[in-house]
Design a protein around this ligand. Structure first.
Ligand code: ADE
Length: 224
C-alpha cells in the first residue's frame, strides 16, 4: 500500500511514522508513506498557499492551484483508489472504514487547514471526506496520523500476531473482552478462575459473554 499525504505542516506528521508499529510496517515495505509539502507546489515567491475567502468572513482558505498541481502530479504517476480529505464535517471514522481502506493500493490524504480548502477541491478531486470525531482540530494532520495508524495496523503482516487485529474492539461490532497477565493474584485482586483452567472452549465462551456484556453496558448503540 502507498499513502501520499498532502500537508502544509509535514513536520507535525513525521513522528508517528518513526516509532513502533508504523515504523516497522514501513521498514518491512508493507506500506510506503510520502509527505508532500503544499508550499512546494506554489509559484509565488512567498510560497503562499492560502487566501481570504470570497464574500468575507474570518479565516483563510487553502487555494485550489497548489492542491491541483500536487494531486495532478501524483495522479500522473499512478492510479489512486481514494483521495481523502480530512475535515471535521466528513464521515466519522470507524473500524469498518479502516478495514476497507486497508485493502486499497494507493491513497492520497489531503489535510485541511485554517477554514479548510476551496470547495472546488472537494468537488473535483476528493472522493471521501473523513472526520476523526465531533471536535475541531487546528488542521487535518493529527487526524491523518490517526487514520493511518488505524489503517496500517490492519495490513496483513504488520502486526506480529495477525489474529490480534481480528479480536480488536469494534471488530464484529463488539467491545473487546477484558485481558489479564501475571501475577494471577495481586493485592487480593484475582484473575478470573476460568482463564486459568486451560479449557479453551470455556475460555472462548467466557470471552464472548464478557464482550457482549461490556458492549451492552458501555456501547449499546453498537448492537442496534
Ligand atoms: N480537521 C479539523 N478537525 C478535524 C477532525 N475532527 N477530523 C479530521 N480532520 C479535522
Amino acid at each position: 500500500m502507498r499513502i501520499d499525504i498532502i500537508t502544509v505542516l509535514p513536520e507535525l506528521l513525521e513522528s508517528p511514522f518513526n516509532a513502533s508499529i508504523l515504523k516497522r510496517a514501513i521498514e518491512k515495505d508493507l506500506v510506503e508513506v510520502h509527505f508532500h509539502n503544499l508550499r512546494d507546489y506554489t509559484d509565488n515567491s512567498y510560497k503562499q498557499v492560502d487566501d481570504y475567502q470570497y464574500g468575507g468572513g474570518a479565516g483563510m482558505v487553502l487555494m485550489i492551484e497548489p492542491i491541483d498541481k500536487c494531486i495532478s502530479s501524483l495522479q500522473k504517476e499512478r492510479i489512486y483508489d481514494e483521495v481523502i480529505y480530512m475535515t471535521p464535517d466528513g464521515h466519522t471514522l470507524n473500524q469498518r472504514m479502516a478495514n476497507s481502506l486497508s485493502l486499497k493500493e494507493n491513497i492520497i490524504i489531503l489535510c485541511g487547514h485554517y477554514k479548510g480548502v476551496d470547495q472546488r477541491v472537494r468537488d473535483k478531486f476528493v472522493t471521501k471526506e473523513i472526520s476523526i470525531g465531533d471536535y475541531v482540530l487546528s488542521g487535518g494532520e493529527l487526524g491523518a496520523a490517526v487514520l493511518c495508524d488505524a489503517v496500517i495496523r490492519l495490513i496483513p503482516g504488520v502486526l506480529n500476531d495477525e489474529t490480534s487485529a481480528l479480536t480488536d474492539t469494534f471488530q464484529d461490532n463488539l467491545l473487546a473482552p477484558p485481558v489479564y497477565t501475571r501475577p494471577a493474584e495481586y493485592k487480593e485482586m484475582k484473575v478470573p478462575d476460568v482463564l486459568l483452567t486451560g479449557n479453551f472452549a470455556k475460555i472462548e465462551k467466557w470471552r464472548e459473554e464478557q464482550a457482549l456484556a461490556r458492549t451492552q453496558e458501555l456501547r449499546p448503540d453498537l448492537l442496534e
